[in-house]
Design a protein around this ligand. Structure first.
Ligand SMILES: [Zn+2]
Length: 481
């Protein structure tokens, strides 16, 4: 098997197994053979097929993105950044899901453009493992395999769609048979992934939302995940309206109801568990949700960007971490820049806590690596240590945005982000070189994405409850003179 060695790396974020944490090491060699890291230390003496001069390199484990929707989110650029309904506690989720929902059964090319664009963004910021929660579209498996990402495909299914007839009431259109059929199709896709020759694809059982699935569908989906030893993910406690709906239906918060169904356990990832009972927009009397998350071993997919655009913030990340909740980071929306999400997670945690000590850079780096790996039940990911998977990132210490690189992780998270990512390896294979994605075509995807957005916007009046145009729902930020 080919061996690559990064000689005399300037800085390395290495894994200290005894302390169970990342540590800085300087001037060491990092070698990987085939798809596994074989050496992290001083004076590598083995043979190497390729030697990389590490002097200007900050070597870190590949980042893990535990929540994304690449099949459609890139088409929302310029549409969703300021779209929200005050009468729905500021969220634009429900109106957008109805009005801006193109049927990809008729537009696979559009889904392909969006996903290819997103995968490029992800690779370029150092993501090596991706949970992709999307409706099943033709070409998905092939494109994911082509990307070279370590891919966790999460085909979504649901028993209901959100249905709006005004700007302040969340309604539901139920179709239980559709939910069951979607579940069966999802399992068929997931079960086929293990045979994929790349060895990099696996599945996540993913009923779409806690409020759009029947109790039996949720229970069956969780059982299917357990049976296959696969992760399970569902959107839960992501909106104020959703939590109110669950209290109306069950007398319990979304988290409590999920717990009562037995869905909360290690290997379960909740997107996004923001609106727990103690959140200032909920203020439900129970004050138990955080403890339920921690005690059950449930992970949350923390994705600050969509929420902060509505004016929402998780309250607060430091409390979740100190309670013992497993936290992974995700990119729910465009841009698919996990490093920006890490930065937001750190600073918004401090805003929410009104305390600079609430969340540290080390906390968010741990979440974006080990936290994500734990959520996915994969202790062979997210760590630079012998025997772990050769998923690693080289950041250019000589990039002007990294300098002075006194503390390269801070330079990376608060300053340079994706701009300084030079090379990315997944499973020992190089997928980004000198900042360029080797496996996909981002510029070509961007052109096709522009067409995809035009298709999406054209269908808006047919779907919106007031038959408005896209420009009426989401006007441009400046008038066109
Ligand atoms: Zn999501």
């Amino acid at each position: 098997m080919p061996t690559t060695v990064i000689k005399n790396a300037g800085w390395v974020a290495a894994w200290d197994e005894s302390a169970k944490r990342h540590v800085y090491r300087r001037g060491i060699d990092v070698a990987f053979e085939g798809n596994a890291i074989s050496f992290v230390g001083t004076g590598y003496g083995g043979a190497a097929d390729r030697t990389i001069d590490g002097k200007d390199c900050f070597v870190l484990p590949g980042l893990i993105d535990v929540h994304s929707h690449p099949e459609h989110e890139p088409t929302y650029r310029g549409i969703r950044e300021e779209h929200g309904l005050p009468g729905m506690y500021m969220t634009g989720l429900f109106e957008r899901a109805q009005a801006y929902s193109s049927s990809y059964a008729e537009a696979e090319a559009d889904a392909g453009a969006a996903a290819e664009f997103a995968y490029c963004e992800l690779l370029k910021c150092g993501v090596t493992s991706l949970v992709d929660i999307s409706p099943n579209w033709d070409g998905w498996v092939d494109l994911m395999a082509k990307s070279g990402l370590r891919s966790f495909l999460a085909p979504g299914f649901a028993s209901a769609r959100w249905k709006l007839e005004n700007d302040h009431t969340l309604g539901y259109a139920w179709d239980e048979a559709r939910g069951k059929a979607g579940f069966a199709a999802a399992l068929e896709l997931i079960d086929g992934l293990a045979k994929h020759p790349s060895g990099l694809l696996s599945g996540v059982v993913s009923p779409s939302q806690i409020d759009t699935c029947t109790e039996s569908l949720l229970r069956d989906a969780f059982a299917a995940a357990r049976e296959r030893k696969l992760p399970f993910t569902v959107h839960c406690a992501q909106a104020v309206n959703e939590v109110q709906e669950m209290i109306d239906r069950h007398g319990q918060t979304s988290i409590q109801w999920a717990d009562s169904l037995g869905l909360l356990a290690p290997g379960t990832i909740l997107g996004h568990a923001l609106f727990i009972d103690t959140h200032s927009w909920i203020r439900w009397h129970t004050k138990r949700d955080l403890a339920i998350l921690a005690e059950s071993g449930t992970a949350i997919a923390h994705c600050p960007s969509p929420f902060v655009r509505y004016g929402h913030v998780l309250e607060n990340l430091g409390d979740y971490l100190r309670a013992g909740v497993t936290v992974g980071i995700g990119t729910d929306v465009s841009p698919h820049n996990l490093v920006e999400e890490m930065r937001k997670a750190a600073v918004l945690g401090r805003v929410a806590a009104r305390d600079i000590r609430a969340v540290s850079t080390s906390d968010v780096f741990h979440a974006a690596t080990v936290g994500g790996a734990t959520a996915l039940m994969r202790d062979d990911l997210g760590r630079l240590a012998p025997g772990k998977k050769a998923d690693l990132v080289i950041v250019d210490l000589k990039h002007p945005h990294m300098m002075p690189a006194r503390d390269p992780l801070r330079s990376f998270v608060y300053h340079a982000a994706d701009r300084a990512v030079r090379d990315v390896f997944v499973d020992g294979r190089q997928v980004v070189a000198a900042g360029k994605v080797l496996t996909l075509d981002q510029a070509g995807a961007a052109e096709r994405l522009t067409q995809a957005q035009a298709h999406l916007m054209a269908s808006v009046p047919q779907r919106d409850y007031l038959k408005r145009s896209a420009d009426q729902i989401t006007p441009l930020s400046l008038p066109v003179a």
